[in-house]
Design a protein around this ligand. Structure first.
Ligand code: SF4
Length: 448
């Protein structure tokens, strides 16, 4: 166990090469008789570890030597000439995340019920996923090989959880010693190599707030524009994470944080021309206030981390209302159903939907759903489970139910507690539509 806990995040790949998922018909891949299940081991003599390697090593090359392990067990060597920009027409297996070697006191894995889906317990710490999807890493156990790879393959931007630039506080939060917590030389090396960094702070009351947070923002802002932005998101506690070192985020704490950080943001905008240090939407909503205006967010550098999502939604909703306003009068009055969402977002959505109802005659009802599965202070829509949604059955009105699309697994219509969408629909006795704003807007237009 101990060995595993300190193993570097980047470990040797157990299986060689990268497995081909699908081969498009009439593509270069199918002409080469590559098939699903074959593994590409090397490109021009260089080992391929995953599809990023394949992409990097084949980019711009017209003459290539591929070493392939066929799924039959045969080894092939393929000498290829291809046209400039000609695609292989191959899709590949997903990247298997490297495991994290920290013991963060607020780790989300500790907040899961014991019977949660196994994938919810994966502690990923992978610079490839950081580059591809904006997943945060701490860089505490990154290997030399992976550092070189970021630079060589330009895996930029990278998303790094800093939490605090005070080393003792960072080490405490990550549950590692100060030597491992100290990533200053790694950061400098990446920044010097031109890798863009976005930073994150998980704000834990009494630990990395106040003076520690001010210092963190100052230290990171000193590296702007090489460090592009900082996302400050609140600690989330479920009923299962009962670590006595953690204090729950309260509305008062959120209001105090907003007051302190708004002043700092004003100064940063004057000095840097950007807000730079952004507070998560959740902090504004839990404070009972509204989120800042569009201009606050610039290019929305941290939208995937819940920074500016509500503002984007409100603006897109306003655009939807304008589009509906251009429809013939009376449309889309036939729509009659209930929208279920998290307790945090319901007060934002309800007035917007009520405006739509009064202007267009729709009959849509917004119901906030409590999260009993995780409990604690979890109130975001994406963590609602089938059981939570079912518990709101008595409040459902109309002919259909809309649920947040984010409650479903990205590749399967199943919720966090294992309930399938079909079962939810059967239990409600109504069609259930998982939607985001885009599909909601398409849905409204389809009704006409
Ligand atoms: S919060 Fe992230 S970095 Fe910390 S222990 Fe959990 S998975 Fe690892």
């Amino acid at each position: 166990m101990y060995e595993f806990a300190v193993a570097p995040a980047v470990q040797n790949i157990r299986r060689r090469g990268v497995e081909i998922g699908e081969v498009s018909p009439d593509s270069l891949g199918s002409e080469l008789e590559l098939e699903s299940g074959d593994r590409i081991i090397k490109v021009n003599g260089r080992v391929v570890r995953d599809y990023l390697d394949f992409r990097f090593q084949t980019a711009g090359e017209t003459e290539l030597m591929l070493e392939v392990r066929k799924k039959s067990g045969e080894d092939w060597e393929l000498q290829i000439e291809r046209g400039e920009g000609e695609d292989f027409g191959l899709s590949f297996e997903q990247i298997v995340p490297r495991q994290c070697a920290n013991e963060c006191i607020f780790c989300f894995c500790k907040g899961n019920p014991a019977d949660a889906r196994p994938s919810l317990f994966i502690k990923d710490e992978d610079v490839r996923l950081s580059f591809l999807y904006g997943n945060y890493t701490t860089l505490t156990s990154i290997s030399e090989d992976e550092m070189q790879r970021i630079v060589e393959q330009r895996l930029s931007p990278q998303y790094v959880s800093i939490h605090a630039t005070d080393l003792a506080v960072r080490a405490y939060l990550l549950g590692v010693d100060e030597h491992r917590a100290d990533i200053s030389s790694k950061l400098v090396r990446l920044l010097d190599a031109g890798i863009e960094i976005h930073a994150q702070v998980v704000l834990c009351p009494g630990i990395n707030d106040g003076e520690v947070l001010r210092k963190t923002i100052d230290d990171l802002a000193a590296e702007y524009p090489r460090i592009t932005s900082v996302a400050i998101v609140p600690l989330g506690l479920t009923r299962y994470n009962t670590d006595a070192r953690l204090t729950a985020v309260t509305p008062d704490f959120c209001r105090q944080t907003i007051a302190e950080i708004t002043a700092i943001q004003g100064d940063l905008r004057k000095r840097l021309g950007t807000t730079f240090a952004f507070l998560g939407d959740e902090i504004y909503l839990r404070a009972g206030g509204s989120v800042p205006a569009r201009a606050h967010y610039g290019e929305y550098p941290q939208i995937e981390d819940g920074i500016g999502m509500v503002r984007t939604f409100s603006n897109e909703f306003a655009a939807l209302m304008r589009r509906l306003g251009r429809r013939p009068p009376g449309q889309p009055a036939s729509v009659n159903g209930t929208i279920l969402t998290g307790l945090l977002f319901a007060p934002v959505l309800r007035p917007l939907i009520e405006k739509m109802n009064s202007r267009f005659g729709t009959r849509l009802y917004v119901e906030g759903v409590e999260n009993n599965y995780f409990g604690g202070d979890v109130s975001v829509a994406g963590l609602l489970t089938g059981g939570d949604l079912l518990a709101s059955q008595s409040r459902i009105r109309g002919d259909f139910v809309v649920i947040p699309k984010s409650t479903l697994k990205s590749d399967e219509e199943i919720m966090l507690d294992g309930m399938k969408l079909l079962e939810l629909s059967e239990r409600f006795g109504l069609p259930v539509y998982p939607m985001d704003l885009k599909s909601f807007s398409q849905f409204l237009f389809r009704q006409n």
